[in-house]
Ligand binder design. Structure first.
Ligand SMILES: Nc1nc2c(c(=O)[nH]1)N[C@H]1C(S)=C(S)[C@@H](COP(=O)(O)OP(=O)(O)OC[C@H]3O[C@@H](n4cnc5c(=O)[nH]c(N)nc54)[C@H](O)[C@@H]3O)O[C@H]1N2
Ligand SMILES: Nc1nc2c(c(=O)[nH]1)N[C@H]1C(S)=C(S)[C@@H](COP(=O)(O)OP(=O)(O)OC[C@H]3O[C@@H](n4cnc5c(=O)[nH]c(N)nc54)[C@H](O)[C@@H]3O)O[C@H]1N2
Ligand code: SF4
Ligand SMILES: [Mo]
Length: 738
């Protein structure tokens, strides 16, 4: 007998937190639609939401542990799997030391409640320094800047899109990505509303993206030169007397230092590098300063480049100088119902810079993790401390990290690898054992991370829709059991972290959420501040299945600041010092020609050998590398193409649709060419997350639409050396006909 009913939940696939309305009949999904009564998303969804059904029914998805053998994968019991995994970890650490085990956490770790709550204690139980994650191919520069300026790596300023009058956006394409470090379901409507109230959206991007088309203004910029652009804006504010931090001046140090730094970067000095006219940069600075409220925001395009740290810092600086930080319509801070910043402060996880250095290249650990770009060399380079065993948790670094081809080879040489994952893909195919978990509709959800990054304060709990099949485990159960066995299987040792709260050790996720709500800012007994009267508990959230709106963001930075003197550090020393590196790369006022050195050299060669710079892109129907097995997301024309400007195509005698070879220092790929004026001359663009043509993976749909991986071209040696973030953007490539 089956029974139809309607289920409400938050989509956990990307950062937008859309409310879903799902009609089901027993195990059968009748429809997945946007939940119009969700106060945050108001009915918005994207095409990925309906793919939750594909994932749920996907015959390729793993549901029980498997072991790789000479003749293929074989099913094993959970007990056998845990024994073998823990036995191998202990064997390798016993013989070669703790750091011989490495761990990589992928993006879904921040989207899955069980993973977020149970990862930290699990990883501590491994006692290895060799920790890596997708952070260092993503938002690391934002965390770095937040840690040094505001005292906590998670104090992310969020653009107040619903109230701003001037939105200057660099290196982000929210119309495809649905917004990032800016959780704002239905972002297109929010941006249109900004324009309707007379506001202006300005996009800075080497490609005329979907968002750029919507914008009031779009400027092409040469990849990697955004820090120069931002400094020229600051320069203009300073020389034109437009620096007006307002109330921020009362608790900001370092204003003079940044003003002096910008002196060397006149708009004329940098225009030749950025490709944006000096007068245009001046005008943008004036308009930002004059706007009733305004915000500067930058994402992947300005994070994953050589000066990512500088970019994220200078963006914050601009918001301070114009009085827009922590002010309505500017860049604001959330007060989420589960106070992740407060809780991680209690557990001592505010951030850190350079406490350890990687063995081979000596790269600094930030936030306790080494750059993902160093993972392969740590596996491949023999010597004391070499990584011999790897654990990947919800990650696909073969497709997601620079020089993925090298990592692919490195993983194949490991003594032992275990993957906690739901698929046999490009990365997990190297595992000896895969431990699969429940996912999506089988899990309960509370968005710990994305409520922190949302443009309004809201709270919502989603129960699991479907019971897991017999024998399946949740991610938190898998991590909890591994940790228990690694710690000797005995009783919990509360002494491991003296004086620190280790609340994660015993309770299941929903109990932890309940506690965190009760002691959170809207609970009856807030750890900080006075009760608001909301008296949030899990039971109360369960009675509000569409979610609860807790109001617009408010100026709260003063009470949130965690710097030693509780003031904004506008000119942190490592960031100030890094400006010298920028000057070295882009000399100003030296009488030199204002074209990039690399490009100038390239011009002496025949067109076919001239270098172009490669940038990435996303499209609405992808989610990094892992959703191409959903048939509805891969239907239609080929999307893994190389975009090139007509002038560059003509110079190389390349025709639209033709398959071209793209070659970089580290590798080469072949893919179809798309000729379009939507990319800047000298720049080519290809999406990331493709490359399912590798052997021995089990993704039948994705394998039929394989594409190629951009990260077979990106270079593990190209980094923002300050933060260790991968510099995907601006990879030098040569494109030739096949
Ligand atoms: N060139 C280039 N490279 C990039 C980027 C770029 O813009 N350009 N973007 C970077 C960014 S921003 C990111 S975040 C990274 C992402 O990098 P990764 O996190 O390494 O890659 P994903 O594609 O997100 O892989 C997610 C993995 O988790 C598994 N998975 C999915 N759901 C679950 C679940 O519920 N439980 C478990 N246990 N596993 C699950 C999937 O099968 C897959 O193996 O890629 C980065 N790489
Ligand atoms: N549909 C979909 N949504 C996603 C994802 C997905 O894979 N697919 N991934 C999710 C994840 S993990 C993340 S982190 C977010 C990312 O969210 P966004 O940052 O909005 O993502 P992108 O679309 O990669 O936008 C980056 C833009 O930077 C531009 N760019 C490249 N180099 C430069 C440069 O040097 N300077 C400037 N100014 N711009 C540059 C690119 O042309 C591109 O338009 O998206 C999330 N949402
Ligand atoms: S925009 Fe993101 S959260 Fe919203 S439905 Fe699409 S994938 Fe889910
Ligand atoms: Mo990301």
């Amino acid at each position: 007998m089956s029974e139809s009913h309607t289920h409400y939940r938050t989509c956990n696939l990307c950062e937008a937190m859309c409310g879903l309305e799902i009609k089901v009949d027993g195990q059968h999904i009748l429809s997945i639609k946007g939940d119009k009564d969700d106060p945050f998303s108001r009915g918005h969804i994207c095409p990925k939401a309906t793919a939750l059904e594909d994932i749920y029914h996907d015959p390729d998805r793993l549901k029980y542990p498997v072991r790789r053998t000479a003749t293929g994968w074989e099913r094993i019991s959970w007990d056998e799997a845990f024994d073998e995994v823990v036995g191998n970890i202990q064997r390798i650490q016993g013989a070669h030391g703790r750091n011989a085990i490495g761990v990589y956490l992928g993006n879904p770790n921040v989207h899955n409640l069980g993973l977020i709550l149970y990862n930290a204690p699990f990883i501590r139980s491994l006692k290895t320094k060799n920790r890596f994650s997708a952070t260092s191919v993503d938002q690391l520069p934002s965390q770095y800047a937040a840690y040094l300026m505001f005292g906590h790596q998670l104090l992310f300023p969020v653009p107040d899109v619903d109230r701003t009058h001037y939105f200057l956006m660099l290196g982000a394409n929210p119309l495809a990505s649905n917004g990032s470090l800016m959780t704002a379901a239905g972002i297109e409507n929010r941006l249109k509303a900004l324009q309707k109230r007379g506001g202006k959206l300005v996009v800075i991007d080497p490609r005329r993206t979907e968002t750029a088309v919507l914008a009031n203004e779009h400027h092409f910029i040469r990849p990697g030169t955004d820090a120069l652009f931002l400094l020229a804006l600051i320069h203009t504010l300073v020389v034109e007397g437009l620096v007006k931090p307002g109330r921020l001046a009362e608790f900001t140090d370092g204003l003079e230092t940044v003003e002096q730094l910008a002196a060397d970067f006149t708009p004329e000095d940098v225009a030749g590098y950025t490709g944006i006219a000096a007068e245009e940069m001046r005008r943008m600075a004036r308009e930002l300063a004059a706007a009733e409220s305004g915000v500067v925001y930058g994402r992947i395009g300005v994070s994953t480049q050589k000066f990512g740290g500088l970019c994220q810092w200078l963006i914050n600086v601009l918001n301070v100088l114009t009085g827009n930080l922590d002010a309505p319509g500017g860049a604001m801070f959330t007060r989420p119902a589960v106070d992740v910043v407060g809780l991680t402060t209690l557990t001592g996880q505010t951030g850190s810079v350079g406490r350890a250095h990687s063995r081979v290249r000596g790269l600094p650990a930030v936030g306790g993790e080494f750059p993902a770009a160093a993972m392969a060399e740590e596996i491949l380079t023999p010597g004391e401390g070499q990584i011999r065993g790897m654990i990947t948790v919800a990650g696909n670094p073969v497709l997601s990290t620079p020089n993925g081809g090298q990592l692919d080879e490195a993983l194949a040489q490991l003594d032992f690898m275990v993957a906690i994952d739901i698929y046999i893909n490009e990365t997990t195919r190297h595992a000896n054992i895969i431990l699969p978990t429940t996912t999506g509709l089988e899990t309960e959800h509370y968005d710990l991370v994305f409520h922190l990054l949302a443009v309004r304060n809201t709270a919502k709990y989603s129960p699991a829709l479907f019971e897991p099949e017999e024998g399946m485990l949740h991610d938190w159960q898998v991590l909890g059991e591994l940790r228990r066995r690694l710690e000797g299987g005995g009783p919990i040792n509360r002494k491991t972290l003296p004086g620190k709260i280790e609340f994660q050790k015993r309770l299941p996720p929903h109990k932890l959420i309940d506690l965190a709500l009760r002691f959170g800012p809207y609970g009856a007994r807030p750890l900080n501040g006075k009760p608001t009267g909301h008296n949030l508990t899990l039971a109360k959230l369960k009675r509000a299945p569409h979610g609860i709106d807790l109001g617009p963001l408010e100026p709260i930075l003063r009470e949130r600041l965690l710097t030693p003197n509780r003031r904004i550090v506008l000119a942190p020393e490592p960031l100030v010092a890094d400006v010298a590196r920028l000057k070295e790369t882009y000399p100003t006022r030296s009488g030199r020609s204002v074209t990039e050195p690399g490009v100038a050299r390239s011009e002496d060669r025949p067109h076919s050998e001239r270098e172009l710079v490669l940038i990435g892109r996303r499209d609405l129907r992808t989610n990094n590398s892992w959703m191409h097995n959903a048939p509805r997301l891969v239907k239609g024309k080929e999307r893994c193409t190389l975009l090139m400007h007509p002038a560059d195509a003509a110079a190389r005698q390349l025709a639209p649709g033709q398959v071209v070879a793209v070659v970089s220092r580290v590798g080469q790929v072949r893919l179809p060419l798309e000729v379009t004026e939507a990319v800047m001359p000298g720049v080519v663009s290809m999406p990331h997350g493709w490359g399912h043509g590798r052997e021995a993976i089990q993704l039948s749909v994705a394998q039929a639409h394989p594409g190629v991986s951009i990260n077979d071209l990106t270079d593990e040696c190209e980094l923002d050396v300050l933060t260790g973030n991968a510099a995907f953007s601006g990879t030098a490539v040569v494109v030739t006909p096949c």
